[in-house]
Design a protein around this ligand. Structure first.
Ligand code: UDP
Length: 475
């Protein structure tokens, strides 16, 4: 069912719109350098909620014909029988492997060559397929170089430990990075006896065995981490494959259709003063309890700042991984909140066109869950952040963002992750209206300039991309 072409690059992202968007952008980037490649993206349709992708896929197919989607058969899994999002994703991608193998086989028979096979971290079970079919196989690492530094080094820490990270009340030391509390590793890695822990260590151990690691970052954003990885400081025998920092790749701000409250958000922002609005948005999967939502509302109200806030329905006890309903704002937010703040705040349900919002001149701050795409989007738009991590590798990102890159302020939470109204108020005011906030703002401006340079003619990311693509042409 796939059109014949001379040379194809096969991309295999794990489920979740964040991963998918990054892979699509990588595909588009490869095409800018080498337009005659055909890009084939293997997509996994999960039987649980990973964020809505259908309108996005449709948009990409209709605007970039060189990119085609090859849908792998749906594997029915029951989310309630898995302990975490990661656990179900691991199982899904393990079960996917025979289908991926089949796809590579059938693609090889319809296209002359598959010049490269590019997978993301969770798709590690597919790494041996590359060798089996003699296709150069790369990782596309959709988080930053700092996080990659940690991940590549974690197997070495693992070797020298007997305790679980959750019981290790101290900092971890990674090559060229600031100390990171052991409790900041991704949650499913906290317990050494869990299946997810083993999977992660296994993935991190396999990554250096690939033909290269493509990272969605740029050198001047994380120079020390990039250096540690390239110099082989993160793996035991120093044998890191080539690393290609080709970012920042971010989704374009057009074409998400009319969904996602686009008109409402952008029209409202048009009526606000320059750089005055704080944007609060927590990735494709960030959810808060009703109690936490009320607390955020109170903090926002007391801060007196203008805001655009994306609110989702809280998770129900049994359906954490299932599709969320639109929230009932009147019952979730404090009585009269919407009315009292209507002159200076806009609350939208479930989704906002984040890239366009961040780029809007009225936006001056961003409270983020520290998902890497969100971070890069803010960097490109020059918007300073408050870092409030929720899941995945976001706690690691917070340490690096605040302490190393200095592009964000730290949101303080209690042990169980709860953030008080007081803290919300304080941090938002600090970001929008203090010397400390101003310093962060200036650093983000410089980083944003660095991003532009990296992606321009002769810039580090363009050079890295050229090297990568040229190596495929030769082979
Ligand atoms: N996003 C958006 N609107 C929303 C929430 C998320 O456009 O209301 C986009 C955001 O711009 C980013 C992606 O979804 O491109 C989320 O990726 P990220 O890596 O930040 O977080 P994840 O969802 O993977 O945790």
């Amino acid at each position: 069912s796939v059109t014949a072409a001379m040379e194809a690059i096969v991309l295999y992202p794990s489920p979740g719109i964040g991963h998918l968007i990054s892979m699509v952008e990588l595909g588009k980037l490869i095409l800018t350098h080498h337009p005659s490649f055909s890009i084939i993206i293997l997509t996994t349709t999960a039987s649980f909620n990973t964020g809505s992708t259908a309108p996005y896929l449709h948009h990409v197919s209709s605007t970039t014909p060189s990119i085609t989607f090859h849908h792998l058969p749906t594997i029915p899994l029951n989310p309630s029988s898995f302990p975490s999002m990661e656990a179900i994703t691991f199982e899904l991608l393990r079960l996917n492997n025979p289908h991926v193998r089949h796809s590579l086989l059938s693609l090889s028979s319809t296209t002359t060559t598959i010049a490269a096979f590019i997978i993301d971290l969770f798709c590690t079970p597919a790494l041996p397929l590359g060798s089996e079919f003699s296709i150069p196989t790369y990782y596309f690492f959709t988080s930053g170089a700092g996080c990659l530094d940690c991940f590549l080094y974690l197997p070495s820490i693992h070797q020298n430990l007997t305790k679980s990270f959750k019981d290790l009340k101290r900092d971890l030391h990674f090559p060229n990075l600031p100390p990171i509390p052991a409790s900041d590793v991704p949650k499913p890695m906290l317990d050494r006896s869990s299946g997810e822990y083993d999977c992660f260590i296994d993935f991190f151990t396999h990554m250096p065995k690939s033909d290269g690691i493509i990272v969605n970052t740029f050198e001047s954003l994380e120079p020390k981490a990039v250096e540690a990885i390239s110099d082989g400081l993160c793996v035991p025998n120093g044998s890191t494959p080539p690393v290609f920092c080709i970012g920042p790749l971010i989704a374009s701000d057009k074409g998400r259709g009319s969904g996602g409250n686009t008109e409402e958000c952008l029209t409202w922002l048009d009526s606000q003063p320059s750089r005055s609005v704080v944007f609060l948005c927590f990735g494709s999967l960030g959810l808060f309890t009703a109690e936490q939502l009320k607390e955020i509302a109170m903090g926002l109200e007391r801060s007196g700042q203008r805001f655009l806030w994306v609110v989702r329905a809280p998770p129900t006890k049994t359906e954490v991984l299932l599709a969320g309903q639109d929230p009932d704002l009147d019952s979730l937010l404090p009585g009269g909140f919407l009315d009292r703040t209507k002159e200076r705040g806009l609350v939208v349900k479930s989704w906002a066109p984040q890239v366009a919002v961040l780029k809007h001149d009225s936006v001056g701050g961003f409270v983020t869950h520290c998902g890497w795409n969100s971070v890069l989007e803010a960097v490109c738009a020059g918007v300073p952040m408050v870092a409030w991590p929720l899941y995945a590798e976001q706690r690691l990102n917070r340490v690096l963002l605040v302490q190393e890159m200095k592009l964000a302020l730290w949101m303080n939470e209690s042990e169980d992750g709860f953030v008080t109204a007081d803290e919300v108020e304080k941090r938002i005011s600090e970001l929008m209206d203090s010397e400390k906030g101003k310093a962060v703002k200036d650093r983000v401006k410089a980083a944003s300039e660095g991003a532009r340079e990296a992606m321009s003619e002769g810039g580090s990311s363009r050079v890295a991309l050229a090297k990568l693509v040229e190596s495929w042409k030769r082979s």
